[in-house]
Design a protein around this ligand. Structure first.
Ligand SMILES: NC(=O)c1ccc[n+]([C@@H]2O[C@H](COP(=O)([O-])OP(=O)(O)OC[C@H]3O[C@@H](n4cnc5c(N)ncnc54)[C@H](OP(=O)(O)O)[C@@H]3O)[C@@H](O)[C@H]2O)c1
Length: 265
């Protein structure tokens, strides 16, 4: 597919930026969504250099009115997107008693609210057209939680819940939804969330670390051949199989090998 239109959230960094760049390299028009203007402008220059025509949309994707205004502008100028990649995501890894209401809200803003609002803004048009591909970038925490990352986990479950609801709601419409989960990816995520890397589950550490470019390849493959659930690398699929066959054992094992509360702190 070439000459198509994609909206990519989280495009100022990490997985979203790499995906937007890969779609631009295919000649797609890519709408770059994130809050920070400067990294989006820098990415737009890189994408334009390969001959594509990116659109910078610096906004808070968790704000429904702002997203609706952006969608109106995109529809008027470029039409209805063929693809939405929901890669925006934030959230520190903390114990529940250390999670403030503000941190909980912040974690829900992205990925969950951002994915909901951006998808919702275009969904009616996609259904009316009878085509569209939606890719949600999630986490293995939405399948098997680990200790000490409560708000992060809740938001990823909300994202996966939205995807599972869409699977039912979009059946027969020609619009697909995919939930893609990765192990650790070398993005700035862990720099902006100090302490998170140390709390990665032991099993997850056995899987190899991915580059943002590798995740972009997986996402582009998912766009080409949509599947409901994509787990990458293969090691992650082992975790999921174990979780399905013996959920109690998997949960226990991830707990005893996971982060421990500092007693008395
Ligand atoms: N890195 C990993 O190891 C890994 C592994 C599995 C899953 N994931 C998941 O993948 C997602 C992306 O992770 P990443 O590693 O690419 O993180 P990242 O490098 O920190 O990028 C996060 C992106 O989300 C954007 N964003 C955050 N809140 C936003 C909002 N309200 N509106 C619009 N954009 C917003 C940020 O841009 P602005 O700050 O400019 O808004 C940034 O572009 C996260 O949900 C993460 O949990 C990551």
């Amino acid at each position: 597919m070439s000459g198509q239109l994609a909206v990519v959230t989280g495009a100022s960094s990490g997985i979203g930026a790499a995906t937007a760049e890969a779609l631009g390299a295919r000649g797609w028009t890519v709408v770059l969504v994130a809050r920070r203007q400067a990294p989006l402008d820098a990415l737009a220059i890189r994408i334009a250099a390969v001959g594509a025509d990116p659109v910078v949309a610096a906004l808070d994707a968790a704000d429904p009115d702002t997203v609706a205004a952006m969608a109106d502008g995109i529809r008027a100028e470029h039409g209805v997107p063929d693809v939405i990649v929901n890669a925006a995501g934030v959230g520190g890894w903390r114990w529940p008693e250390d999670t403030t209401p503000a941190e909980m809200e912040n974690s829900l803003d992205a990925p969950f609210r951002a994915a909901f609002h951006v998808t919702q803004a275009f969904l009616g048009d996609m259904i009316a057209r009878g085509s569209g591909r939606i890719v949600h970038v999630g986490s293995p925490a939405a399948i098997q939680p680990w200790p000490g990352a409560t708000a992060y986990t809740i938001s990823r479950w909300a994202l996966r819940g939205y995807h599972e609801a869409l699977r039912q709601d979009l059946a027969g419409t020609g619009v697909t939804t995919s939930h893609v989960a990765f192990t650790e990816v070398t993005t700035p995520y862990f720099d902006t969330n100090p302490g998170a890397r140390e709390r990665r589950p032991w099993l997850g550490r056995l899987a190899r670390t991915l580059t943002p470019a590798e995740t972009a390849e997986v996402i582009l493959r998912t766009i080409d051949r949509p599947r409901p659930q994509v787990l990458h690398p293969a090691m992650l699929r082992v975790l999921v199989v174990v979780h399905r066959m013996a959920p109690g054992v998997a949960t226990w094992f991830v707990r005893i090998t996971g982060a421990k509360r500092a007693v008395g702190s």
